[in-house]
Design a protein around this ligand. Sequence first.
Ligand code: ATP
Length: 363
Amino acid sequence: FAPWNDPGAAALIEFRGVTKRFGEFTAIDTLDLKIYPKEFFALLGPSGCGKTTLMRMLGGFETPTEGTIEIDGQDMARVPPNKRAVNMMFQSYALFPHLTVRDNIAFGLKREGMEAAARKARVDEVMRMVQLGALGSRKPHQISGGQRQRVALARSLAKAPKLLLLDEPLGALDKKLREETQFELMEIQETTGTTFVIVTHDQEEAMTVASRVAVMREGRIVQVDVPERIYEAPNSVYVADFIGDVNLLEGRARQSGSGVVVDVAEGVSLTAEGMAEGAVTYAVRPEKVSISGERPETPNAVRGKVIDIGYLGGSSTYHVELPSGHVVKAATANTRRVAARAFDWEDEVWLGWSGTAGLVLER
Ligand code: ATP
């Protein structure tokens, strides 16, 4: 399943040169994007980068200033929201407080004129899907936040849309419930075969649920790819820094053999694969950096002093200051029971990592 690698695959959604302006302000800037059937697609980016605007244009609640949006090969320019095979689940859930859970879920079906028996069967089906069980006769104020989230999801799935838009659907849930619900969402997405587009500012959530992630910045998509490549092969300092933790060191690159050497400071030259020259940023993820008492046999080995330790249970992050003043973080997985810290504040340590762990990013 990788239709984005298949030039012949038909997209479900296609943005062509889409710009959205609010007065003088450009919220979306000449954006091109294809989303394929059955994808779980995540839009990720900081507040104000245009994620919601993009979703609202898909749903038909905003019209592009320029460019076209096609769904299933059809231009959406003159198609109102209720005529699109699209449903949107809002951040606020927007449930009717005076209606029961069942009636909330049935609302759209009833308005569409579906007859009572079919409606009941469909409501039962989606309630089972989101595990709402015996809550059908309760009102929204008589159920928990997590359950309200399920009702909203059930309601948005009831009409079996081709495309479901989810704007921060799990934003109101606590961390544990949120993580559980992520897996349920993935399961529902898979069993229904609905294309999901989710907006989130939580990078871990995007990486967990999505088949592909688009990282946005100021109305543009800066990288779109599978989560593994977004994380392991970010195309810019912006993406590397936005997704996960990363060490960033500025320096000058020169070609050496088949790889690159980046001179970061006097006596600190770091290697990476690929080609680059001139001013660059050298990046390495903390979990790819090992920490030891002795010089490691890795292509990159630097000595420094522990200045900070973060113990996270499953892992620990050591902040190590090099003689040049740079601070490099090394994260170690605590795979065995940790009785005491492997290293302490002020300890002199070595950091090491391979050449393939290093990334050279243009500034
Ligand atoms: P958040 O994560 O905070 O929800 P977002 O990435 O979803 O942010 P949008 O809501 O799409 O961002 O907004 C993008 C930009 O467009 C923001 O700077 C916002 O102020 C602006 N904007 C959105 N809607 C309007 C509007 N109706 N009129 C004027 N400006 C708007």
